[in-house]
Design a protein around this ligand. Structure first.
Ligand code: 4AD
Length: 438
């Protein structure tokens, strides 16, 4: 190559704005195409964006033009051409194509541009990931994951990893996946919390972030059998401080998506001003008692002591138009480890954070009780085996301190932020009661 000659850049679609007027090479897949005998408009994607390649017969000649006209959906190829700004196109940039080299052919791609039903798309999830909606949703998911690590690192938390094969059932025994474990039994983890509590006593502020399994027999738009949960646990922290961490965390996540995912939010048609309004803190705090009163005043048929269902959660969050903390739930509907209220024996120092727009509970958390005898009693009351929790009770024996924590369901957060209808869209390969494939 002569000295000073410029090597042609291989770019990604998202880089196009930096290469206007330059000849570049791009690896992409064909989504769709239209055109005439003189021009072909190629809808291209490469995982970073969607844009159009324009092929003029006059510019490329008969042979290449004929090749382009025969291209089929999802063929992969290298394209060489010049990037042009075009304000009429959705993306704002296009490529005037000079050459096309097919890399992988594609015949009979099943997800055609026509409308398909949900089951069909979920059966073809391994291919559907290539399409606009999963592209936008899962890139926002990626931002939420990255921003989670950033936030907790900034706030001085250590990430500790909890085991997924466990011998205990801290969130109750009805939703457990059982498996054989050599000559004994094991359960897939429902929560990393108990391990996070051990971590908090060792490192102060910790978080776990991993897959969580619940044999939920509910076919709702909010339940997966396998989901990812972020569980921070803070030593020396009471519940009111924990609520402050929670709202700061949620606001940080939303701001990160607003800063980094304008393109994806626009592809999904998500209202960015509405999202921005959720970064205004603090979020309202409403006691369970007051929530029951409010629901009764609004003709809900609820009695003190019931857990809220989707209609109640939707009403409460919409009533405040913001995420809202419902605090101090009845003891009997919550997990064994939650701290008793000093003045009332029937409630625990807990809170659920409800998202507005009908998305319901996204966080569950509490202060943890520190009394050995009380916890041992509660474990027995719940029908759990004390032997399985002996190590956990040790944490109360050796220098127990006030501590609080919470769990955010990643896919609930993704569903809300992206404005999707159903939680199955919020994870690459969803697992639900009736889906184990692909
Ligand atoms: O309220 P949960 O059951 O709380 C716990 O597991 C505690 N150990 C958390 C803690 O204090 N460390 O679950 C926490 C969150 C829920 O608010 C929800 O966002 C999500 O986990 N979640 C689910 N997400 C998807 N599918 C399911 N089946 C879910 N169950 C809970």
């Amino acid at each position: 190559m002569p000295q000073g000659a410029k090597v042609m850049e291989t770019i990604r679609i998202e880089d196009a704005p930096h290469f206007v007027g330059q000849k570049v090479r791009l690896g992409a897949w064909l989504r769709n195409k239209r055109g005439s005998n003189k021009m072909q408009f190629l809808q291209l994607r490469d995982g970073t964006g969607f844009f159009q390649g324009v092929v003029a017969k006059e510019a490329v000649g008969e042979d290449i033009f004929a090749k382009v006209k025969a291209l089929t959906q999802e063929t992969s190829m290298y394209l060489v051409g010049t990037i042009r700004q075009d304000d009429r196109s959705d993306f704002g940039y296009e490529m005037d194509v000079e050459d096309v080299t097919v890399v992988g052919e594609s015949e009979g791609y099943p997800i055609t541009p026509k409308e398909h039903g949900t089951d069909f798309l979920m059966d073809h999830r391994h291919l559907y990931l290539r399409h606009i909606q999963p592209f936008a949703v899962l890139r926002i998911r990626n931002t939420l994951i990255a921003a989670t690590y950033e936030f907790f690192n900034k706030e001085g938390f250590i990430k500790i990893d909890s085991p997924l094969l466990t011998s205990s059932a801290p969130e109750g025994t009805t939703e457990l996946f059982h498996t054989e474990y050599f000559d004994t039994d094991a359960y897939l983890s429902q929560t990393g919390q108990l391990y996070a509590e051990a971590g908090a006593m060792a490192f102060g502020k910790v978080f776990t972030f991993g897959p969580t399994f619940r044999a939920e027999k509910s076919k709702t738009r909010r339940h997966l059998t396998e989901f990812w949960m972020i569980e921070p646990e803070m030593a020396w922290m009471h519940q009111d401080e924990s609520l402050e961490v929670q709202e700061r965390y949620i606001a940080y996540l939303i701001q990160a998506v607003l800063d980094r995912n304008q393109y994806e939010l626009d592809l999904l048609g998500r209202d960015k001003d509405l999202l921005k309004s959720y970064t205004q803190l603090p979020y309202p705090r409403v006691s369970y008692d007051d929530a029951i009163t409010l629901l009764k005043e609004n003709d809900f048929d609820v009695e003190w002591g019931v857990d809220f269902g989707s209609p109640e959660e939707t009403f409460l969050a919409n009533h405040f138009n913001k995420p809202v903390f419902i605090t101090n739930f009845p003891k009997e509907i919550k997990a064994f480890y939650m701290k008793r209220d000093e003045e009332r024996d029937d409630i625990v120092i807990s809170a659920d954070l409800l998202a507005p727009e009908g998305y319901g509970e996204i966080i569950g958390g509490s202060e943890r009780d520190t009394d050995y005898d009380y916890l041992e009693e509660r474990i027995k009351d719940m029908g759990l085996n004390v032997d399985d929790y002996q190590w956990y009770l040790d944490l109360r024996k050796y220098g127990a301190v006030p501590h609080s924590g919470f769990g955010l369901g990643l896919e609930r957060m993704v569903t809300w932020v992206t404005g999707e209808e159903h939680i199955r869209e919020a994870i690459p390969f969803p697992r639900t009661m009736n889906r184990l494939k692909p």
